[in-house]
Design a protein around this ligand. Structure first.
Ligand code: FES
Ligand SMILES: [Fe+2]
Length: 363
């Protein structure tokens, strides 16, 4: 039996890259309002296409800047028209003459945002030098754009921790997803090989080859003759290897390499919105079945899987705010416990020198 971590040991980790949205959601001159890590933000592009993120609470009287619009590259507040540049500095107050000094406190906080592979990443904690890199998909370049599917962002009514732990936990597949993945999935869970990154910002996991009940998952999902024929046509006959990767703040990717050398990647990025809600940004990549049926199946599968997970965490779990659930754990929960440990480690080292720590002092 694994040792549970204390219930009070978690709070929001700010020093991490979180997904803020998809690149295609932001086209100039749109301003996107989104609540992340308890802050309402205004995300926008300037005329050169660069991304910016500002605290949306106007420093004058608190109106929501994300409901304003861009004027000459500046965000204009919808209430009294103050304008802010991309550094958050107020550059214009229409109710006073231009020569009157703008109060130095007329500043909106800004956050670091980067754009990689169609994803907008935001860092809302203390800026470090050097900054860790946001998560990256190696399979991205191998796949034509139309085989990368982004689900519309979803706001789940659940705590961030429940959403992430449910995603990392493969032992729920034969139960919560029996209707989608089939009723005959093996319930015994193989021992996991987990390798934590040196900077403790992520880990990689896969079934241990020594596990007495290791199994190729494809045999369980496609167990009928017809299913196998369809699966072969879809390039999904035999799995060569599969593994997963988790990266702080809340990014998880499952990788499946098929015998033909093609790939599927199923990725979910979770970002706390407030104490009771989490954003889910789901995406998938495939390099097999490059026909239109493959496109339809990929979209259908991602949508169905995320709906089952959403309903599962919203309805089946107690979603206490800002806390890890205090629960009993078994060996099958090791990936979730590893997430808790690296998350808590970095919460305890926010503003500190967490990146300098060795991998031996984190438990
Ligand atoms: S509240 Fe924004 S300008 Fe007054
Ligand atoms: Fe699931």
């Amino acid at each position: 039996m694994m040792t549970p971590l204390s219930k009070s040991s978690a709070s929001t980790l700010k020093d991490a890259w979180y997904c803020a949205g998809w690149s295609h959601e932001l086209r100039y001159p749109r301003i996107l309002g989104r609540k992340l890590l308890n802050r309402q933000l205004a995300l926008f592009r300037d005329q050169q296409g660069r991304l910016h993120a500002l605290d949306a609470a106007c420093p004058h009287r608190g109106a929501d800047l994300s409901l304003g619009h861009l004027v000459e590259g500046h965000i204009q507040c919808p209430l009294h028209g103050w304008r802010f540049d991309d550094t958050g500095k107020c550059v214009c107050i229409p109710s006073q003459l231009p020569e009157v000094k703008i109060p130095p406190g007329a500043m909106a906080s800004t956050y670091r945002v980067v754009e990689r592979q169609g994803i907008i990443w935001i860092w809302m904690g203390a800026v470090r030098d050097p900054m860790p890199a946001p998560p990256h998909q190696d399979v991205w370049e191998a796949s034509p754009a139309r085989h990368r599917h982004f689900l519309p962002p979803q706001l789940w009514r659940c705590s961030f921790f429940n959403a992430v732990e449910n995603a990392i936990d493969n032992t729920h597949l034969p139960f919560l997803h029996a209707g989608l993945l089939g009723p005959n999935q093996q319930q015994l869970y193989p021992t996991q090989n987990l390798v934590v990154d040196e900077d403790l910002r992520g880990f990689r996991g896969e079934d241990s080859p020594e596990s007495p009940w290791g199994f190729p998952r494809s045999r369980q999902i496609f167990d009928g003759v017809l299913e196998r024929v369809v699966a072969a046509w879809m390039g999904m006959n035999e799995i060569r290897r599969e593994y997963y990767r988790f990266d702080l703040g809340g990014s998880l990717s499952f990788y499946v390499e098929w015998d033909s050398g093609t790939w599927d990647v199923l990725a979910g990025h979770w970002t706390p919105s407030d104490s009771f809600h989490s954003w889910y940004f789901g995406m998938s990549i495939r390099t097999r079945a490059t026909h239109w049926v493959g496109d339809i199946f990929q979209k259908w599968f991602g949508k169905k899987l995320s709906l089952q997970d959403k309903l599962g965490v919203e309805r089946l779990l107690s979603n206490e705010p800002d806390n890890l659930p205090s629960t009993v754990s078994v060996v099958g929960d090791e990936p979730a416990l590893t997430f808790r440990r690296i998350h808590n480690y970095h919460v305890n080292h926010q503003q500190g020198d967490g990146l300098a720590a060795s991998s031996t002092n984190w438990v």
